[in-house]
Write a protein that binds this ligand. Structure first.
Ligand code: COA
Length: 385
């Protein structure tokens, strides 16, 4: 018999699906912790590699451990020539998130250890994925813009090498720090949709690449990581500061969602948005065009908040995607690279969750409430329909 709606949790809101040691999102206080450390401390004092190590092993590394971990990443910082030729043949009109998905599947096919299910091999594959995803999208950007294709450099950190390969020039120390911090802020975030997707696929005992391919697809959606690209398109579509308020009014009247606002868990300002806003304020100061963009973003934030609060909505605030775009634009990243930046960082969280899932696995297999046609209908043969 079909069930009633008693056990029905749309969007799985409030449902705990497993335990984790990786991150904790405190939606009431607006706090985020990785392995117990506040995101503010990690963002201020660490590099991408240190925080990736933390999510991998549960503790911050000593300098020797960090050196060894970086060496593992560096040893995988190259692309097989065959993969490069596949990227060269990829349609230039393809969205970089689609390129990431397709090329992650290709990486799996090029991995000689793909059939090795041991934990040690899985860890090596995870390192390979983290090291190679940035190369895939930056190489694609080199090819599609017709610039010379860049080779990765061993003397640069993960964040700096990404900017170097994407833009063809070494970042300044300030650019490197800002970008590194943005990567740290995006690395893990509780049971977000793409991480859940990664866990669902991992729970079938599919390989780690398949779980990451699926997670990239989830992240690309506008309600998830795809929002950051939409935010900058929205801000760019508003030419002058005095157009901000009418734009918001129009959205509210049409009951349309405003990109970069709202969150399932945070009912106050997302702590990552606060840090990104501060970073943007310091970073864009010398560039008049970027200053204008930041002013628009700040005014947008203020006016939208006033509108939401007037409507009694005290729970809708900017999320991580609202201010990140301003920063990425200031760093010279193409708009369709904003979500891939999210991906090359969140992949650390995905692989860490893959390991938690397989450690004590039970396949995800929830249910639907059946509301279709009457059960046991009379079958009508084709010639009588
Ligand atoms: N603009 C306007 N209203 C919003 C809103 C937004 N960005 N986000 C949520 N709301 C409103 C909804 O209209 C809904 O109102 P109602 O109660 O009157 O129906 C209520 O808040 C709850 O929204 P809902 O979409 O059900 O919340 P959710 O928890 O399912 O979804 C998000 C969370 C993030 C998907 C949602 O806030 C959203 O779509 N935001 C815009 C996209 C975005 O920035 N995504 C990045 C997330 S990090």
């Amino acid at each position: 018999m079909p069930e009633n709606r008693e056990n029905y949790f749309p969007g799985l809101e409030g449902v705990n699906i497993d335990t984790t040691r990786l991150s904790f999102v405190d939606g009431k206080q607006g706090r985020l912790y990785y392995c117990g450390y506040t995101i503010e401390d990690l963002a201020a004092h660490c590099t991408f590699e240190e925080v990736a190590y933390l999510l991998f092993y549960g503790e911050l590394p000593t300098s020797k451990q960090l050196y060894d971990f970086k060496s593992l990443l560096l040893a995988e910082r190259y692309l097989d020539p065959h993969l490069k030729s596949i990227i060269t043949l990829t349609p230039k009109t393809g969205h970089p998130m689609a390129v990431l998905q397709a090329l992650t599947a290709q990486l799996a096919m090029h991995d000689r250890e793909i059939a090795d299910k041991s934990l040690e091999a899985k860890k090596r594959k995870a390192i390979r994925i983290i090291a190679k995803l940035p190369l895939v999208v930056t190489y694609f950007e080199n090819v599609r813009t017709g610039m010379r294709t860049m080779e990765p450099r061993d003397d640069l950190g993960h964040a700096a090498n990404y900017l170097y390969m994407l833009r063809g020039k070494e970042p300044t120390p300030e650019e490197e720090k800002v970008f590194d911090t943005a990567l740290i802020l995006h690395m893990d975030h509780g049971c977000n949709n793409s991480t859940f997707t990664c866990r669902v696929v991992s729970s079938t005992e599919a390989d780690i690449y398949s779980a990451v391919v699926a997670a990239i697809g989830s992240l690309s959606g506008p309600l998830h990581g795809g929002a950051n690209e939409r935010v900058i398109r929205m801000l760019e579509s508003i030419e002058e500061l005095d157009e901000v308020e009418p734009y918001i009014n129009d959205k509210v009247e049409k009951k349309e969602k405003i990109m970069g606002f709202g969150h399932r868990v945070y009912k106050v300002m997302d702590p990552r948005a606060k840090i990104l806003r501060e970073l943007a304020e310091d970073f864009v100061v010398d560039d008049p065009a970027m200053n204008k963009c930041l002013k628009k973003a700040n005014l947008f934030y203020k006016v939208a908040e006033e509108r939401f609060q007037k409507q009694g909505r005290m729970d809708i605030w900017p999320n991580v995607d609202f201010f990140s775009g301003v920063l990425y634009k200031a760093l010279g990243l193409p708009r369709d690279f904003f979500t891939p930046v999210f991906a090359i960082s969140r992949v650390v969280g995905w692989v860490a969750h893959h390991f938690e899932q397989v450690e004590d696995n039970r396949i995800y297999r929830p249910r639907f409430i059946y509301e279709g046609a009457a059960l046991g209908r009379d079958f009508v043969p084709m010639n009588k329909r």
